[in-house]
Design a protein around this ligand. Structure first.
Ligand code: GLY
Ligand code: MN
Ligand code: MN
Length: 356
């Protein structure tokens, strides 16, 4: 589910240098965790540009780059540095999927006389397969969210508002060492559970309904993403039925996934199961997406995807059925793709649990 991860630029961009402005890409390359900075990779040297506020932080976090502290914005400073120092860049590719119109105009204006091209997706491609050290952080993030689910399962939720539950989960994850939430926690109860992205409201949770909780933790910027749907007492038969269908669809998809699986096939296995059960029209989002430094990144697991799974990718598997006015079910896990199968990183039980 969620935003469509970056697609590569349409035309191939044969570049000699790369200007990287999207912060998760900058973080991936440099380790820099601040909110302002960009990278220029040239054939001879790697530069990192930031401003005064991040001088000490960059010195601590960024290794192997020529660090330049610039005035105005880092992108502006980078372009002016290239010109004033006559840096040999050749053709410069830029992070086209994430650049604002204003920044694009700035580059065009300041780097007049340089050839630039859209190198969208270039760093994202490198980020698809996770390294060992990235996996350590992803596992930690998954563990933190599992612990919060365990705490939730022992808590009383009936009579509390969705917002109170969301806050309890967020504070629990922060206390366990999570960084900022990768996305706003979803707590959608009763009929609201039919809203796939139902952010927590002041609605009071009642007994005998469904509660969809979708949350993730972050560790050094690496995210987890997991959804559980709970009951709060005996449910109408139809809601139990859709729970079992979603549960089976997720298992089917996970069982068929491994290195080499074509992503649209994984989506199709889950989707067909739900369609055969009669609920195809109620599963309107994709099966999953990559997770890493961003809560939504490549590959895409959807019916339109052109991606194929490789060992070392971390992706979500999250089928759902949403019945207007009645309620919805989604079960989501972040899994690591291996050569022979997938290994869930988020491990909280998937069976239907009834909360008090
Ligand atoms: N948390 C949003 C999603 O599952 O994609
Ligand atoms: Mn997700
Ligand atoms: Mn999610």
């Amino acid at each position: 589910m969620g935003a469509r991860p970056t697609r590569a630029a349409n035309k191939p961009c044969r570049h000699d240098s790369l200007l990287v402005t999207h912060l998760p890409n900058v973080r991936y390359l440099t380790g820099f965790s601040g909110s302002a900075g960009c990278v220029l990779l040239t054939p001879r040297r790697k530069y990192f540009f930031t401003d005064f506020r991040y001088e000490a932080q960059a010195a601590k976090e960024v290794r192997g780059f020529d660090i330049r502290i610039v005035r105005r914005g880092s992108l502006d400073g980078c372009c002016r540095y290239v010109i004033s120092r006559k840096i040999k860049t050749g053709v410069i590719g830029f992070d086209g999927a994430h650049i604002s119109l204003r920044d694009h105009q700035l580059i065009k204006k300041l780097l007049k006389g340089f050839t630039i091209c859209d190198a969208a997706g270039e760093i994202e491609k490198r980020r698809l397969v996770k390294s060992r050290s990235e996996l350590v952080k992803l596992r930690q993030a998954a563990k933190i969210s599992d612990a919060a689910y365990t705490k939730l399962a022992r808590s009383k939720v009936v009579g509390k508002t969705e917002k109170e539950i969301a806050w309890m989960l967020e504070s629990s994850m922060r206390q366990s060492g999570s960084g900022p939430m990768p996305f706003e926690i979803i707590v959608a109860s009763g009929p609201r559970s039919a809203m796939p992205h139902g952010a927590a409201t002041s609605r009071v949770i009642r007994s005998g309904e469904l509660v969809v909780v979708d949350m993730g933790a972050s560790v050094d910027g690496y995210c987890s993403d997991a959804t559980r749907t709970f009951a709060t007492g005996p449910l109408p038969g139809k809601l139990v039925e859709i729970y079992q269908i979603v549960y089976a669809a997720q298992k089917l998809a996970m069982d068929c996934m491994a290195e080499g699986t074509v992503c649209l096939d994984a989506d199709r296995f889950a989707r067909e199961h739900i369609a055969v059960a009669g609920y195809g029209a109620h599963f309107g989002h994709s099966l999953g997406h990559g997770v890493g430094l961003e809560p939504h990144e490549g590959p895409v697991l959807s019916s339109l995807s052109k991606d194929t799974l490789s060992a070392g990718m971390t992706v979500t598997v999250e089928p759902g059925i949403y019945l207007d006015r009645l309620g919805g079910v989604r079960i989501e896990d972040t899994v690591l793709v291996g050569t022979r199968g997938v290994q869930p990183l988020t491990k909280f039980p998937r069976e239907l649990i009834t909360l008090r």
